[in-house]
Design a protein around this ligand. Sequence first.
Ligand SMILES: Nc1ncnc2c1ncn2[C@@H]1O[C@H](COP(=O)(O)OP(=O)(O)OP(=O)(O)O)[C@@H](O)[C@H]1O
Length: 499
Amino acid sequence: MSLPPVEMCLSRCCLVMSSSLPQAMLPMQEIWNAALLELKTKVNAHNFKTWFEKLRLRECSDETIVLGVDDPFVQVWINDNYMDLIEEAVAHAAGQPLKIEIVESGQDEPIEVENIDLDAEPMAARSARLDGEHGQAALFDFGIIEPPSAADLSELVSAAGMNPRYTFDEFVVGPSNQFTHAACQAVASGSGQTYNPLFIFGGVGLGKTHLLQAIGVEMLRRDPRTRVRYLSAEVFMNELIGSLRQKTMAEFRNQFRNDCDLLLIDDIQFIGGKDSTQEEFFHTFNALYQSGKQIVMTSDKTPQELPGIEERLASRFAWGLIADVQAPEIETRVAILEKKAEESQIELSKEVVLLLATAIRSNVRELEGTLVRMVAQAKLMNVPLNTDLARQLLKRMNIQHERSLGVEQIIRMVASHFDIKPSDIKGSRRTRAISEPRQMAMYLSRKHTGESYPELGRKFGGKDHTTVLTAFRKIEDLVEMGNNEFATAIAELEALLLR
Ligand SMILES: Nc1ncnc2c1ncn2[C@@H]1O[C@H](COP(=O)(O)OP(=O)(O)OP(=O)(O)O)[C@@H](O)[C@H]1O
């Protein structure tokens, strides 16, 4: 596509500030600046910094704005997630819709947007922000209502069929879920009006239900009068069938279409292929959406990928914001285990936490369940909660955390970290620069592969098993004693290995 550069557009545009001429175009640069200001009021500071601050105005015509980013991932992410928001903000700023294109602009010098002062808000952006802020503050902040007591809130949450434990506070945020967590918080605080519906998708046991219910809990905390309806799509279908049988369809419809401020539907994929349920849900959705009521759904797939879902529903599911939760990284898994342990007042050593977090990678429910089983077992058998117990349990559960880490991999990683060769680690030179990394590699291999000392000796270039045992104990002692040099090196190496 060949469009004139921004400067040429600017010279063709005239600046008309009169409100009597709403269709007159502002210079593109100003339009983009105003759009950025509006975007800043619509997303949280982190997302603004991550996704919008790096966008650069590159080219424009009277109908199209071309924005450049230097990271192809950012380009795809913005295209998939923020295009509607950008189009809306640009249309507000320009007074008419403009086509937006995001291109990868490589490393060439970006055209800087002049003097962008993100703190100076134009009126439209300011009022949008104030609307949002009003939504963000809870009613009790204005003295309009009394905040609910913890007991009242818990009762309300349970009455709505939700778990009082599923709050934002209890949810551990990491790179795998931070975007969705932020979107859920925006919806719960009323500042995410554009995220309607909010569609959360992701694999099994990754916290979708937790986040879904956290929205409901938070909205009830902010205003206990909120009529929250939480249910799985399966329950929706069962209630529908029951109402049809008992001829109580009017009540059924009323509770969802009229007596509801927030509809939280779990596992929407369940209605795939169930035509009558889809028909009913379609009308429920329309009624709520048209009256400005928030809808949030979870699913195991994106709307487009859902099998057996009618096109008219799938397209509605994508009207708002689609956000995914992914399997947590090692750091998040460790933080989740630590949080769960703290909540249940269980003391867990770092080794046990790391062992569990390494073994169970893709399902937080399983991670949590394993911890609970381990604690129960330790109590029952009256044994300490240590790595031996964890290993036994994992073995019985048939989860071989060893499978993904091999001795060779550890040797290579340690060698590269200390800038020496793997053959040095397997060799017999005893200079400190080599013997210490060798001992660390032995320690990590024993700890993370669980291989026997004789087998490790063989893999470390034919050494005696006592050499490996001595190295393991020495590093273990140094780490436990808090020797900074060794503890830091081991922590860095583990972070690399367990990534
Ligand atoms: N980031 C997290 N922080 C704290 N707890 C979490 C996190 N992610 C998941 N959990 C916990 O893991 C368990 C399973 O989560 P949840 O039921 O929300 O998963 P899900 O994605 O809805 O699973 P499914 O697809 O099976 O319905 C819950 O106890 C939840 O509290």
